[in-house]
Design a protein around this ligand. Structure first.
Ligand SMILES: Nc1ncnc2c1ncn2[C@@H]1O[C@H](COP(=O)(O)OP(=O)(O)OP(=O)(O)O)[C@@H](O)[C@H]1O
Ligand SMILES: [Mg+2]
Length: 371
């Protein structure tokens, strides 16, 4: 990958290198996604597909608060990109019939930015704070107090003459969203009354989302075409919706506009998204691991060099999904292909393939070992 930036190390809170272009199966939103997502977002809890437990728990939290005539507890939503955190935040406000204020961690550079928002709230307002783990530390401390005591301490003046003036704020519901819950300081996490952990979606749920999106986009999507796209969407609604748009493009130009299984499959093959949702980089990594290194174990940096990528790209962009799909394992001695990897590429594993020994090692999560 040609990196010409003077500082090739992206900020640590940007998994996958921030806005590094990743193609069709990236869970991060691109400009195209931003343009259409608001149109595809479900507006009510009933329309929100999947995440049954979260939905039911959240519905209880909202209903009981409404019954008691109280403002609901603060809600934290945690989960990987594209799983529906922003969507759910908007639904919370609309279910409550409350105004929604939207901001994000990076937008709050100074505590004054946060004070300005909080002090202008009306009672019952929902504040959506996206990427809450990226908020500046002093603002974070102001937020603790606001969440618990409905008060902000505004500093008036500068230097030794500065005084702190306490200001009461209206009862509000904070909805925080984060892709990295682990980066949130415990005192902040503890102040949320409800934490919604968003999981990957089942294929049947993705099919349902796809059928809904197709209707909104005005395209005809057959049942088996929906299944075909869902299977390649990495358990992520954003990816499913994006693949649907690419299949639609293909259908309009190369077919009669109708989305059949054949059309979906031909389109996604053309875009190099395979049956399991692996893209070209994922497959290059698998190929190298199997063909050049006999299935491993091989160190991360050796593997990265052999596919012409930086270690970081392989580790953060390709590996998480390969590991989650059970195709490769991280071991203390390096990366190892599983039996499923050989099967996926249609290759016969050698008799001494490492996967049979891989279980001897404890899997190492998120490690950079073996590089
Ligand atoms: N449960 C769902 N039902 C239907 N559509 C969904 C669902 N979850 C997500 N989507 C669709 O996926 C798209 C991405 O969802 P959303 O923007 O809420 O993800 P996110 O978790 O906020 O991602 P990020 O971490 O990148 O901000 C939305 O446009 C929405 O249409
Ligand atoms: Mg979001």
């Amino acid at each position: 990958m040609a990196e010409s930036t003077p500082n090739p190390e992206p900020a640590p809170e940007e998994p996958g290198g921030g806005d590094r272009a990743r193609g069709l199966v990236s869970a991060d939103a691109d400009l195209d996604d931003h343009a259409v997502e608001s149109a595809l977002r479900p507006k009510t809890l009933d329309d929100f597909v999947g995440q049954h437990r979260v939905r039911e728990q959240l519905s209880l939290v909202l209903r009981s608060a409404q019954r008691r005539g109280r403002v609901p507890d603060h809600v934290l939503m945690s989960g990987l990109p594209g799983l529906g955190k922003t969507t759910l935040a908007m639904i919370i406000a609309s279910e409550l019939g409350a105004p929604l204020r939207i901001t994000s961690g990076p937008a709050i550079e100074r505590s004054g930015d946060l004070a300005a928002i909080l002090s202008s709230l009306t009672e019952g307002e929902v504040v959506f704070l996206d990427e809450i783990h990226r908020m500046a530390r002093p603002a974070e401390e102001m937020l603790y107090v606001a969440m618990e005591d409905l008060r902000v301490d505004v500093v008036v003046g500068k230097g030794p003459g500065a005084t702190s003036v306490p200001l009461d704020i209206a009862p509000f519901t904070l909805v925080g969203a984060t892709t990295r819950a682990g980066l949130l300081p415990a005192p902040l996490r503890d102040r949320f009354g409800f934490v919604a952990q968003m999981d990957f979606y089942e294929p049947a749920e993705l099919e349902q989302i796809l059928r809904r999106s197709a209707t909104l986009l005005g395209v005809e999507l057959s049942q088996d075409a929906a299944a075909e796209i869902a299977g390649r969407s990495r358990g992520t609604p954003r990816i499913a919706n994006r693949l649907l748009r690419r299949v639609r493009d293909y259908a309009e130009i190369r077919a009669d506009g109708a989305l059949s299984r054949e059309v979906a499959s031909a389109a996604l093959d053309l875009y190099e998204v395979d049956q399991q949702g692996l893209d070209r980089l994922d497959r290059a990594v698998l190929h190298a691991l199997l063909r050049r290194f006999g299935g491993g174990p091989v160190g991360l940096s050796t593997l990265a060099v052999s596919v012409g990528e930086e270690s970081r790209t392989v580790e953060e962009v390709a590996e998480p999904f390969l590991v989650r799909s059970g195709l490769i394992a991280r071991t203390p001695r390096g990366r190892v292909a599983t039996a499923g990897a050989w099967q996926h590429l249609g290759l016969a594993p050698p008799p001494d393939a490492a996967f049979s020994a891989a279980t001897l090692f404890d899997e190492v999560d998120g490690g950079t070992e073996g590089g």
